[in-house]
Design a protein around this ligand. Structure first.
Ligand code: ZN
Length: 308
C-alpha cells in the first residue's frame, strides 16, 4: 500500500503570523495561525495528495477503507496533527475529557493534546497549570481576575515537549511555533482572553464549563513510562498515553524501523531526505497505512511521528 500524503488546511486566527510559509506552504495571509496537517475533522478535512485515493478526504477514507487503518474501531479518525504559529498570545483555555464532552458537547471526544516546540523567541514562555490550591480558591482567583498570581507561566525553548491532559489550564504565548498532536476534537473552553477585542467585541468566555472541568490543584504531569515499541538510533519516545504515542525521529544518514499498527502519522519538521526512496522535505505530512512494513528514512531531517 502507498504512503498517504496529505494536503494541509490553513486557518486564519487573530493571533496568527506568517512563519508557516517557512514550511514551503502557500499561506492565505500574515495572520495564519494553524496548519491542520493531518485531520479528518469536519472543521478541516484534509485531502489525499497522491496515489489511487488522490482527492479523497481523510474522513471518507476512514469510513470506506478502514482496512488502511488496521480496521480500528471508532466512529471518527482518532488523531489530529496541527502546526500552530502564535505571533500573539492565544487565549487561556482548558479542554474537557471524553466523559464530559460526550455528555455536554453532543457526543464529541474530549481533548488530550501534546506540544513539540519547533521554534520560539529567546524569552518565550507558555502557560501550563495554575497556582490555586483548590477549586474554591481557583474560582475566586478567576472571578477576581488575579491572573498573574493564578497562572503558572514557565519559560520555553526549542525542542521542549509538553503533554496537556484534559482539565489542565494552558496557553501558547506569542513567539512560539509548535507541532500539536491531539485527539480529534475541537472543544475548547476559554477562561481568559487578556480582555482583547476581536472585530469590535471580546471573544466569548466559557466560565461555567471551565470551572466544571478545570482540575485543582494543578499536578505536574510526569511522563507515562510505557515501553516504546519503536526502537532505533535517533528515535525518542516523547509521550505515551491512552490517546496516542508520540516520537521524535532524528535522521542523520539512515534510520530503519518496522512501521507500527494500526497506522503511523509522520511529519517532517526539519530538513529533507527520503522515505523508501520517495523524496520528502520539511512541511510534508503523511500516513503509513496498516501493514506498511519496513521503513528506511535517509537524509538529514527531523520528524515527529505518532500512532493512536
Ligand atoms: Zn488546547
Amino acid at each position: 500500500m502507498d504512503i498517504l500524503f496529505l494536503e494541509p488546511i490553513f486557518k486564519e486566527m487573530v493571533w496568527g503570523g506568517s512563519c508557516l510559509k517557512n514550511f514551503g506552504f502557500d499561506i492565505p495571509s500574515g495572520k495564519t495561525g494553524e496548519c491542520w496537517a493531518v485531520s479528518a475533522h469536519p472543521h478541516g478535512d484534509c485531502a489525499i495528495r497522491n496515489g489511487i485515493y488522490k482527492g479523497w478526504h481523510l474522513s471518507r477514507l476512514w469510513e470506506e477503507h478502514r482496512e488502511l487503518f488496521g480496521n480500528m474501531q471508532g466512529d471518527r479518525f482518532p488523531l489530529l496533527v496541527k502546526i500552530i504559529d502564535a505571533k500573539e498570545d492565544l487565549s487561556i483555555q482548558v479542554h474537557p475529557d471524553d466523559a464530559y464532552a460526550r455528555e455536554h458537547e453532543n457526543g464529541s471526544l474530549g481533548k488530550t493534546e501534546c506540544w513539540y516546540v519547533l521554534d520560539c523567541d529567546e524569552d518565550a514562555t507558555i502557560i501550563i497549570g495554575h497556582r490555586a490550591k483548590d477549586k474554591e480558591e481557583m474560582k475566586q482567583m478567576i472571578e477576581q481576575k488575579r491572573w498573574t498570581e493564578f497562572l503558572r507561566e514557565i519559560p520555553v525553548k526549542k525542542g521542549d515537549f509538553f503533554q496537556i491532559e484534559p482539565g489542565t489550564l494552558h496557553a501558547i504565548k506569542g513567539g512560539t511555533l509548535i507541532l500539536e498532536t491531539q485527539q480529534n476534537s475541537d472543544i475548547t473552553y476559554r477562561v481568559y482572553d487578556y480582555d482583547r477585542m476581536n472585530e469590535g467585541s471580546p471573544r466569548p468566555l466559557h466560565l461555567k464549563q471551565s470551572l466544571d472541568v478545570l482540575k485543582a490543584p494543578y499536578i505536574l504531569h510526569t511522563r507515562n513510562n510505557i515501553e516504546s515499541p519503536l526502537k532505533a538510533p535517533g528515535i525518542t519516545c516523547l509521550e505515551s498515553c491512552s490517546c496516542y504515542t508520540v516520537w521524535k525521529i532524528d535522521v542523520s544518514g539512515k534510520t530503519e524501523f518496522e512501521a507500527l499498527s494500526p497506522f503511523m502519522i509522520l511529519s517532517v519538521v526539519e530538513g529533507f531526505g527520503e522515505i523508501n526512496n520517495i523524496l520528502i522535505r520539511k512541511g510534508d505530512h503523511f500516513i503509513l497505512p496498516s501493514d506498511y512494513g519496513a521503513v528506511t528514512l535517509a537524509g538529514k531531517m527531523k520528524l515527529i511521528a505518532s500512532t493512536p
